[in-house]
Design a protein around this ligand. Structure first.
Ligand code: GH3
Ligand code: MG
Ligand code: MG
Ligand code: MG
Length: 316
C-alpha cells in the first residue's frame, strides 16, 4: 500500500515536471519596484527554466514591450511610483499585439477591491502579497500553459492543411500589417501570385493524389526560398501569394524569375514516376498607399498576361 502511494506521488511529480518542462524557455517579464521582490521572482522563474526580464517601473516595462513582443507572461505589482500596476495593465491591454500575453497582478490585501480591478483591466490572474511560493509557481505555470496553447491554436489556424504554408486567412491578416511596417521603415516591397500551369491536366492525367503531391512539392520549393523573409501563402487551389519584403523592384523581379526557374527544373517524385510542372507569376510593385487588395488585383492582372503570353513566365 505504501509502495502504491509512493508510485502515485512519483507519478504526480513526473506529470508536474513535464508540465513545467514543456514550457521551458517561456519568457516572463517581472515588473516590481522592490529590488528584493524582483530578485526573488526572477529566481523562482529561473527555477522553472523560464527566461526572465525584470524591470522596476511601468515606463521601462512599456519600453521593453515595445522592443519585444515575445513575452508569454508578465507579473506586475500594484504598488509602484509614477505608474501603478493597474495603469500599466490598462496600457498593455491597449496594444493589440500584446493581447496573448498573460498578466498576473500582485498586491497586498490592504485594498480588497484590487483583485477585481486588476482582472477588469485585463489581468489574467491575481496573487496576494506576501506570496506563497507554491501558489506563485503553479499560477504562473498554468497561465504560461494557456498562452502556449493559444499560440499553438493560432499557428494551426494560420496554416494550410495540405501544404503547411500559411493560408489565405493569415495572408490577408498579416499581409497588410507587414506592408504597413515595410512602408514605415522605407523598405521596398512587392506582391507576387504564383499559379501552376495547366494544373488541371496534372489531376486529369495522374489523379488527384498525385496532384496533391505536386502541390506539396511546389509549396516546399517556394518555401525554401521565401523562408522567413517573404510571406508565402497558399491562396487557394494551385495558387500561391508572396509578399516580397525589403527588396528593390528589380530584385523582386529577379527573385520571381528565380522561383519560376526553380519550379521548372524541380523533378517531383510521385507514385507515377517523376512529374514536372511550370508556373506563371504576376508581380506588382507596392509603391503607393493603395490597399493590399488593390495590389493583389494588379498582380492578378499581370498573372493573366503571363498566362496569355504562353505561361511559364513572369509579368510585372
Ligand atoms: P492555368 O494554366 O490557366 O492556370 O490552368 P490550370 O489548369 O492550372 O487552372 P484551372 O483554374 O483551370 O484549374 C485548377 C485546378 O486545380 C482545378 C482543381 O481541380 C485543381 N485543384 C485545386 N485545389 C486542389 C487540391 O487541393 N488538390 C488537387 N489535386 N487539385 C486541386
Ligand atoms: Mg486558372
Ligand atoms: Mg493554374
Ligand atoms: Mg489558378
Amino acid at each position: 500500500y505504501v509502495l502504491k502511494d509512493g508510485h502515485d506521488a512519483i507519478d504526480k511529480l513526473i506529470k508536474a515536471t513535464i508540465r513545467i518542462l514543456s514550457n521551458r524557455d517561456a519568457h516572463v517579464l517581472v515588473v516590481d519596484h522592490s529590488a528584493s521582490m524582483r530578485e526573488m521572482l526572477s529566481e523562482q522563474m529561473q527555477r522553472q527554466l523560464y527566461r526572465v526580464t525584470a524591470v522596476a517601473s511601468g515606463r521601462v516595462a512599456l519600453e521593453v514591450l515595445e522592443e519585444s513582443q515575445d513575452f508569454d507572461l508578465a507579473i506586475i505589482n500594484y504598488l509602484m511610483p509614477e505608474m501603478n500596476g493597474l495603469k500599466l495593465v490598462e496600457q498593455i491591454r491597449n496594444r493589440s499585439e500584446l493581447e496573448d500575453m498573460r498578466i498576473v497582478g500582485v498586491s497586498t490585501l490592504e485594498d480588497r477591491t484590487l483583485a477585481g480591478q486588476f482582472l477588469r483591466a485585463g489581468a489574467s490572474d491575481f496573487l496576494i502579497q506576501p506570496l506563497v511560493i507554491e501558489e506563485l509557481r503553479w499560477r504562473v505555470a498554468q497561465n504560461i500553459e494557456i498562452s502556449s496553447q493559444i499560440r499553438r491554436l493560432r499557428e494551426l489556424a494560420a496554416r494550410d492543411y495540405l501544404t503547411g504554408t500559411y493560408n489565405r486567412r493569415h495572408f490577408f491578416e498579416d499581409g497588410p500589417r507587414k506592408v504597413a511596417l515595410n512602408r514605415k521603415q522605407g523598405r521596398g516591397q512587392a506582391l507576387a501570385i504564383v499559379d501552376i500551369d495547366h494544373f488541371k491536366l496534372v489531376n486529369d492525367t495522374y489523379g488527384h493524389e498525385v496532384g496533391d503531391v505536386v502541390l506539396k512539392a511546389v509549396a516546399r520549393q517556394l518555401n525554401k526560398y521565401c523562408g522567413h523573409s517573404h510571406l508565402l501563402s497558399r491562396m487557394g487551389g494551385e495558387e500561391f501569394g508572396i509578399l516580397i519584403s525589403d527588396c528593390s523592384f528589380a530584385d523582386a523581379r529577379r527573385f520571381c524569375e528565380f522561383l519560376r526557374h526553380a519550379i521548372e527544373v524541380l523533378p517531383i517524385k510521385t507514385d507515377d514516376g517523376i512529374v514536372k510542372v511550370t508556373a506563371s507569376i504576376g508581380l506588382a510593385e507596392i509603391a503607393d498607399k493603395e490597399s493590399f487588395d488593390n495590389y493583389l488585383n494588379a498582380a492578378d492582372q499581370f498573372l493573366y498576361m503571363a498566362k496569355s503570353a504562353g505561361r511559364n513566365c513572369v509579368f510585372s
